[in-house]
Structures are given as structure tokens and as C-alpha cells.
Design a protein around this ligand. Sequence first.
Ligand code: PA5
Length: 434
Amino acid sequence: MKSIELNIEKALFFAEKEFNAAKDDARQAITTLEEGSGAGNDFLGWVKLPSETPAELLDRINATAARLQENCDYVVCVGIGGSYLGAKAVNTALADNFEYYYAPEPKRPKVLYAGQNIGEEYTAELEKLLTGKRFGIIVISKSGTTTEPAIAFRILKEQLEKQAGKEAAKDLIVAITDEKKGALRTLATQEGYETYVIPDNVGGRFSVLTPVGLLPIAVAGHDIKKLMAGAVEMEKSTLRPNEDNIAETYARMRNALYRSGKKIEILANFDPKLHYFGEWWKQLYGESEGKEGKGIYPAAVDFTTDLHSMGQWIQEGERTIFETVISVAKPAVERRVPSDEANLDGLNYLAGKRIDEVNKMAELGTQMAHVDGGVPNMRIVIESLDEHTLGGLIYFFEKACGISGYMLGVNPFNQPGVEAYKKNMFTLLKKPGY
Ligand code: PA5
């Protein structure tokens, strides 16, 4: 199999007319994206980012990661939205499910996250965990002025300076921000932190393949060169005039479904390691498409877990949804259901079967039930959970998002609506100038 495959068969028959009618729109959208002639075209740096990232940058990121690994048992990534979700998604997908219950090992720090909320208890409990520990900070903010990470960084910086000393702390902090603007750039220059630049033409939610995502991923011990190689492959295979372009097909199918009345897309996984991939995807599509009174609402579920909670709604609720399933073809390990002589639980019919076979039958059974229940279903099969595949999957969703946003008729690269809550919050908090 290819490392990533898309199957739209179980969605097509719901909206075949709309899918056929959307062919020219999809062509136009991908042309607009690749030629850079559409709205938001000053934010297209991500389109060729994989193939244009110099090997020297990856080497430098790996060297910084090695320094943090050497000197820290915990590395806290401070950031929110696009400045955190990509790294969290990849690190969760590639980690042991129980990694946080193991103690840190030499040169294998635990990567933690802060500044993605304003929870007072979250902050205090993180400070408690880090008390007396060897830790470092990667602070990430493109604008350099976002309130949530700014508060977290102020607190953690103070703690680090107290614990390690002001001079030593400087070598344990890395800032990733705009090349010139913003409070974080000023602070980093003044303090002498090592810094990385978030390119001007790459928006937050498209930035996982820049140092924003790559440094925390490298610190967690994953191979960023393989991740980028997977993205480069996908970049090439989703370029025009390729007729077998899965990014274009996915964008065209979801728009065809939207035009036929399906307003909500549910991204489902059957592997708990993909939970945060769903969170990253929600931001990518939600912020890119939800504007001007339009947009497919992106929701995400973890199956089979959520079949026992959201399953009822999906099966029989309002028929405005469609589903996109990410299926992992090959788990990295093999475990079978044991046989039991007494068979009191009646499970011997499964004895000897791989747990993954049960999971795959749950997946097939769910697809059949949901399609029968009026839920169109697309299926993305990835070969395995590894860096190369995830790099490809990230780029696939990004490219499809750009195409899809243009098909929808919006600027997929701005997020004017995000400012509304900030203005109110700043006024309420009496921030100078508000
Ligand atoms: O996609 C976006 O632009 C946003 O989600 C930002 O990533 C998020 O608001 C964080 O912004 P910043 O990196 O400027 O702190």
C-alpha cells in the first residue's frame, strides 16, 4: 500500500452529482493556491516549505534539541493554538501511551505544555511538578504578544531563574517568534536567548513543519528529517497536474457534501494516539474555513471510546454530518486475546485473534452502521504511526485545507474572528489602550 490512501467510495454516493459538479471549482482552487493568486496569498509560505527547508536548519534544530535533552529532565513548550497543537499532535502520536507515568530518562526529557490555557490550578500544579527539577523552556509565539503564553512564560522564567540561576537559565530557554516584531522578540534579544524565526508568510495553524513544531518534536526524541521527508513526498504528489491528487479529492468531496447539506465533519480515529491529531485538525479547518457565515464545523472523536458516548448522536441525530476516519493499517506491536478454559466472560470466540483485528472489525462495523444511518464516510488509511507517515498526513491536510477554503469562497489564511474575545477581555482587564 501507499503510506497514505484516501477512499471516498462510501461518501460519493451521497453527493455524486455535487462531486461531479465541483470538478472545475476544485481545479480552480488548486490553481489559485499554487499560483498564489487568491485571498491571503501573503500566507502561502507553507506550500513549498517541506521541499524548501534547508538541511542546515534541521541540523541546527537537532543540535538545540540535543542541548536541551542533555540538560533537562522536563522541557516545557509554552504556546497556544498553532504554536502548540502541531507538536502536541505529533508527540502524542509517536509516544508510548503511558509515557508520563515513567520517570524521565537521561537525554529523554518529558515534554510538557503550558500557556495553552489560563487555568490557575494548571499553572500552580506545573510549578509544583517542576520544583527542584532540571527543566528548560521553549516559548513559542508568532505575534509575541499572546496573553496565555505570555503569562505562563513570565511565571516559568521566574521559576527557572530562581532554580538554575539567571545566567544558566538563558541557555535553557529557546524562543521561537517573528524575526523582528513583538514583545517576545524584544525580550529574547535583550536576554540573549537562542531564537528561531517563524516565517512571516506561514500562519500559526500551518506552522508545525517550521521550528514551531520541529523543535519540540526533536526534543521528544523523534526524527524530524523523516517527518520532513514524508511531507516533501506529499508536497510533490499533491501538485498539479497530478490527476490522482488525494488532497484535491478530499477537498472536493467535503465541499460536495457541504453543498448537499452536510454541515459538520467528524474526524474519527481508532487509535488513542491520534487524539491530538484531531485537535490539530480542528484548529486547521475551523480557523481556516469558519468565517463569513460559512464553513464545515470540524468535530473530532476517538473510537471506539466515543462510540459509547457520541455514537448514539452520530447514528441517529440530525443528519447534517459526515465522517472522515483515520485508520492505522499496521500497529507497531502484536497482542492476541488469550483463551480461557472457563470462558465465563464468553470471549473465547475471540481467543487467538489480534486485538487489532477486533478493532478493525469495530471500524468496519461502525462504517457500515453509520453509512446505513445516513452518514457519508471517507476513509484515510495510513500505513503506520511513524514520522514519515505523519509528515505526509500533516501536509495532506494542509494542502486540502487551502484548496477547500478557496472552494468555499473564503480567505483560508486569516482569522479575524479570534480577536473578538480578546478585545472584550482586554477591556474588562483594563489593558492600557482598551
Ligand atoms: O493559527 C493561528 O494563527 C492562531 O491559532 C495562533 O497560532 C494562536 O493564536 C497563537 O498565536 P501566537 O503564535 O501569535 O501566540
